[in-house]
Design a protein around this ligand. Structure first.
Ligand SMILES: NC(=O)c1ccc[n+]([C@@H]2O[C@H](COP(=O)([O-])OP(=O)(O)OC[C@H]3O[C@@H](n4cnc5c(N)ncnc54)[C@H](OP(=O)(O)O)[C@@H]3O)[C@@H](O)[C@H]2O)c1
Length: 256
């Protein structure tokens, strides 16, 4: 039962994060989410989910390239919400910040790779630490990191993201091992290629898309909504003995 509880998710303005905000709000869960530059989109989402689902929603500006600033964002969160039950580390960087991190192996550069580590692993760590402090006060909770199957199957240009998704899945297992005693479960949801802005920014987007459609036994690309069910499951009592795992939702593409 997630009705009346509170979710905090990074990157709730677009793509998968936005779909998760709506899925939780629809179930009666209050939602706090972050944005980087889409302040107007964040305000529109707040107004929409509050009026449609009668829940409380708030948004805060966050730059995951500066993970320590999560602490200030959580202080703002504390002024708006009196409990935290679920945290989903979802936001991802793109554009200039990933130059040297997104590309073929021979063009990888430490700065770009380190930016992706900061935004993926460090941001998960600080966001989850702050979440755990608050979840402890309500007797437990559920933490999720979004991941991708680009750490399992070769995806052109994806070495920087793929290696950091592998790292964050390992960090999830360490967090799970140490937070269980507080009643906090920690898992990852790993998606195959999903049709969002992040994927549309791939220079070979059309090629990736047609390959996914032909590889998937379900003959289609993933949509952002395809990942919401696993998040709801991992935040519900239906998954109460599940921790330290990665749930793969890939339309069957990883095995083909
Ligand atoms: N798309 C896929 O194929 C796929 C597959 C599997 C897993 N995933 C994972 O799912 C998650 C979401 O991906 P997506 O495709 O939905 O991404 P997306 O559509 O590009 O959305 C990115 C989100 O992150 C925020 N963001 C961007 N730069 C940021 C920064 N510097 N600091 C803080 N927030 C920032 C954006 O906020 P603004 O709108 O304000 O810029 C937006 O809300 C990621 O962890 C990704 O790796 C994606």
């Amino acid at each position: 039962m997630i009705k009346g509880k509170t979710l905090f998710i990074s990157g709730g303005t677009r793509g998968i994060g936005k779909a998760i905000v709506y899925a939780f709000a629809k179930e009666g869960c209050n939602v706090a989410f972050t944005y980087a530059s889409s302040a107007d989109a964040a305000n529109d989402i707040i107004a929409d989910v509050e009026s449609k689902y009668g829940i409380k929603a708030r948004a805060y500006k966050l730059n995951i390239l500066e993970p320590e600033t999560y602490k200030e964002v959580y202080e703002l969160f504390d002024q708006d919400f009196d409990r935290l039950d679920f945290f989903i580390s979802n936001a991802i960087i793109s554009g200039r910040a990933v130059v040297g991190g997104f590309g073929p192996f021979m063009r990888l550069k430490p700065k770009g790779l380190n930016n992706i580590y900061t935004a993926t692993v460090d941001a998960f760590v600080v966001g989850a630490q702050e979440a755990a402090k608050r979840m402890e006060k309500v007797g437990g909770g559920s933490i999720i990191s979004m991941s991708s199957t680009g750490n399992l199957v070769y995806t052109p240009n994806y070495a920087g993201h793929g290696t950091n998704k592998a790292a964050v899945e390992a960090m999830v297992r360490y967090a799970a091992a140490e937070l269980g005693e507080k009643g906090i479960r920690v898992n990852a949801v790993s998606g195959g290629p999903i049709d969002t802005d992040a994927l549309r920014a791939f220079p070979n987007y059309e090629e990736v898309k047609s390959e996914v459609v032909s590889r998937s036994p379900l003959s289609r690309m993933g949509e952002a909504e395809d990942l919401t069910g696993a998040c709801l499951f991992l935040c519900s009592s239906a998954s109460s003995w599940m921790t330290g795992q990665t749930v793969v939702i890939d339309g069957g593409t990883t095995f083909q």
